[in-house]
Design a protein around this ligand. Structure first.
Ligand SMILES: Cc1cc2nc3c(=O)[nH]c(=O)nc-3n(C[C@H](O)[C@H](O)[C@H](O)COP(=O)(O)OP(=O)(O)OC[C@H]3O[C@@H](n4cnc5c(N)ncnc54)[C@H](O)[C@@H]3O)c2cc1C
Length: 541
C-alpha cells in the first residue's frame, strides 16, 4: 500500500500548539478543553457536523438514576465486551459519564426530561437499567453536535472546514525516538478538488476522525466516515487493535436490494419501547435466542437476523421486520426522525411493519490509545471512535460511544492544557506516494459487505483478500488527488487491515462471527494488532 497519500507539494505553513483533526463529539470536546490554555486549530474535512455524532439517535449512557449503580454499568459493559475490555478503562468511563452529561447540560444541551430537573432515561440492548440520556426524542447526537459546535466557536478555537488531513509529519526527539511534528493538510473546494496543500506544525496532533462504516456498502454511517485518521496512524506505523470487531447495527431501514451508502437507523430504543423483530412468516426472531430477547446485545441480534435471513422464511432472504405497532400514537412523538425516514418510504410505523436489515455501524477497535488519548507515538493522541481504549472490547455496549467521545475528548484536552510534548522538526518523507482511484470505491465497499459482514468464513475472507489485493495493484501515483481518491486509498488500507485481522482470529467473539469457527475460545482471549498500512498482524504491538 502507498506509504503516503499523493498530493501536490505544500505551499503554506501554520504553527500552533494543538491541532485537532475532526469535529465530532470527540474532536470538539478535545478542542474545547484545551482551548483555555492553548492555541488550538480544528481541521475538519467537510462541514462541522458531517461525522457520525450528528446522526446518533439513542443517546448517551450514564448512571443517573438512584436505583442504578456504577457497578451495574461496568458489569453490562464488560459482559458486552466478551472478555476483551480493559476493566480499568471501563471503570474510568463509567465513573466519569455522569459528569460528562452534567457538563453537556451546563454547556446548553437540552436533554429530554421526565419531570422538572429529572432527565428522562431509556433502556437499550445489553443495559440492565434505564440509563440512556436522550434529546429531541431520537435527535440526541444532533443536540450534542449543536452544543459543542457553539461552545467551540464561542471559546475561540480556530476552525477550518473543508480541510483534509493527509498524513502526519514526523521528526525525532533528542534521544532518537520518533515523534509527531504536525500534519499535512489539503484545502478542498466544494467539489472535493484540492485547492492547496500546507503543513500544520504543532506540539500535539489529536486524531478524532471517527470510525469507518463507509468501508462497507451497507452502513448507518454518513459519507464522511471513511476512517482517514486510522489509516493515517497505520501509515505512520502506529498500532491499531481490535479492528476485526465491527458492530453491525441489527436494524437499519431496508429500502430495497440495491440500496447503498448511508441507510437510516431504526434505533434500539424502538425495541426498548416494546417493538419486536419478526420474519416474513410473522414468527418472532429473538424469542428463545437470548434471555433479553429483542434487547439482547447487538451482535446477538444482528447474528440472529442474519441466520433468519439465510433461512428465507416466507421467501424473504434480505430483511426481516420490526413490529412497533404496540407503541401506537406515541411513536411519532418519541421518534420523530425515524418517523420521517419511514414516511419517506411510505411506511407508517403505527400500522405497518418496518423492513430492517443489519448494516456496519460502529468500529470497536481503532488506534491503540488510553482514555487520555495517548498513543505509542510521542505527540500523537487519538480519541473517539478512531481510538481503541479498551472500553468496548469485542463489542460496544449501546450508547457508550458518545459518552466515551466526550469523556476521552475532554480528558485529552485537559491533559494537553497541563503539558505539551516537546517540539520536533519534521524530517522530509521520501516514501512512495500513490492513490486509489475513486471509481474503485464501489467495488471495495461491496467486497466488504459481501465477504466481511456479520457472518464471516475463511473462504469469504480469502476471496475478499484477493479482491483487495487486485485493487491495491491499481494504486498509482498518477491518480488525480481529491477528497474522494484520498478517502478511497484510506478505505482500502482499512479494508485490508480488517480482513487480515478477521482472517487471523479463528474463533467467534463479540461482533466478530465466523461461520466456520462458531465458538469463543479461551486461547483467543487476547488482542491482535495491525502495525502498518500493509496489514501486518502481530500479537503484541
Ligand atoms: C446513525 C448512527 C447512530 C448512532 N447512535 C448512537 C447513539 O445513540 N449513542 C452512541 O453512543 N453512539 C451512537 N452512534 C455512534 C456515535 O455516533 C459515534 O461513535 C460517535 O459520534 C463518534 O464520534 P467521533 O467524534 O469519534 O467521530 P465523528 O462524529 O464521526 O466525527 C468524525 C469527524 O472527523 C472528520 N474527518 C474525518 N476524516 C477527516 C480528515 N481526513 N481530515 C479532517 N477531518 C476528518 C469528519 O468530517 C467528522 O467531523 C451512532 C452512529 C450512527 C452513524
Amino acid at each position: 500500500m502507498p506509504a503516503r497519500l499523493a498530493a501536490p507539494e505544500p505551499t503554506w505553513a501554520v504553527d500552533i500548539d494543538v491541532v485537532v483533526l475532526g469535529s465530532g463529539a470527540a474532536g470538539l470536546s478535545a478542542a474545547l478543553a484545551a482551548r483555555p490554555v492553548r492555541d488550538v486549530l480544528l481541521v475538519t474535512k467537510d462541514t462541522l457536523d458531517a461525522g457520525s455524532t450528528n446522526w446518533a439517535q439513542g443517546g448517551l449512557a450514564a448512571v443517573l438514576d438512584p436505583g442504578d449503580s456504577l457497578e451495574s454499568h461496568v458489569h453490562d459493559t464488560l459482559a458486552a465486551g466478551a472478555d476483551l475490555c480493559d476493566e480499568s478503562a471501563v471503570r474510568t468511563l463509567v465513573a466519569e459519564a455522569p459528569t460528562a452529561i452534567r457538563y453537556l447540560s451546563r454547556l446548553g444541551a437540552a436533554f429530554d426530561e421526565s419531570s422538572h430537573d429529572h432527565l428522562a432515561l431509556t433502556r437499550e440492548g445489553g443495559h440492565s437499567h434505564r440509563r440512556i440520556v436522550h434529546a429531541g426524542g431520537d435527535q440526541s447526537g444532533a443536540e450534542v453536535q449543536r452544543t459543542l459546535d457553539e461552545s467551540v466557536r464561542l471559546a475561540g478555537v480556530r476552525v477550518v472546514e473543508r480541510a483534509f488531513a493527509l498524513d502526519l509529519l514526523i521528526g525525532r526527539l533528542a534521544d532518537g525516538r520518533r515523534a509527531v511534528a504536525g500534519v499535512r493538510v489539503a484545502l478542498l473546494d466544494e467539489t472535493g478538488a484540492v485547492e492547496s496543500v500546507g503543513d500544520v506544525t504543532a506540539r500535539a496532533v489529536v486524531i478524532a476522525t471517527g470510525g469507518f462504516g463507509q468501508v462497507f456498502a451497507s452502513t448507518s454511517n454518513p459519507p464522511a466516515v471513511t476512517g482517514d485518521g486510522v489509516a493515517i496512524a497505520l501509515r505512520a506505523g502506529v498500532a491499531v487493535t481490535d479492528i476485526e470487531f465491527i458492530q453491525f447495527h441489527p436494524t437499519v431501514l431496508w429500502t430495497g436490494p440495491d440500496a447503498t451508502g448511508q441507510q437510516a437507523l431504526i434505533s434500539e430504543a424502538v425495541r426498548g419501547e416494546g417493538a419486536v423483530l419478526v420474519d416474513a412468516s410473522g414468527a418472532r426472531v429473538m424469542a428463545g435466542v437470548h434471555p433479553q430477547e429483542d434487547l439482547a446485545p447487538r451482535d446477538v441480534v444482528a447474528a440472529a437476523i442474519s441466520a433468519r435471513m439465510a433461512q428465507a422464511q416466507g421467501g424473504v432472504d434480505d430483511h426481516v421486520y420490526l413490529d412497533a405497532r404496540s407503541i401506537g400514537a406515541e411513536f411519532e412523538k418519541r421518534f420523530p426522525s425515524i418517523t420521517a425516514s419511514c414516511a419517506a418510504e411510505g411506511i407508517d410505523p403505527t400500522t405497518d411493519l418496518i423492513p430492517v436489515a443489519p448494516a456496519a455501524h460502529y468500529v470497536c477497535g481503532g488506534v491503540k490509545a488510553d482514555l487520555d488519548g495517548a498513543t505509542d507515538l510521542v505527540g500523537l493522541y487519538v480519541v473517539g471512535e478512531a481510538a481503541c481504549t479498551g472500553v468496548h472490547g469485542a463489542n460496544r455496549l449501546a450508547s457508550n460511544s458518545l459518552t466515551e467521545s466526550v469523556v476521552a475528548g475532554t480528558r485529552v484536552g485537559r491533559a494537553l492544557s497541563w503539558s505539551l510534548p516537546l517540539k520536533v522538526e519534521a524530517v522530509d518523507d521520501e516514501r512512495p506516494a500513490a492513490l486509489l482511484s475513486a471509481d474503485l470505491r464501489a467495488e471495495l465497499r461491496s467486497t466488504m459487505s459481501k465477504y466481511v459482514g456479520v457472518l464471516r468464513s475463511a473462504d469469504g475472507l480469502s476471496t475478499a483478500a484477493d479482491r483487495l489485493a487486485r485493487l491495491e495493484e491499481k494504486t498509482d501515483s498518477a491518480v488525480e488527488p481529491s477528497r474522494r481518491s484520498f478517502e478511497a486509498t484510506n478505505m482500502l488500507t482499512l479494508a485490508r487491515a480488517v480482513v487480515a485481522a478477521a482472517s487471523a482470529r479463528t474463533e467467534s467473539r463479540g461482533c466478530h462471527r465466523r461461520a466456520d469457527a462458531p465458538e469463543s475460545l479461551d486461547t483467543w482471549r487476547r488482542h491482535l494488532y495491525v502495525v502498518d498500512s500493509d496489514a501486518t498482524v502481530v500479537e503484541s504491538p
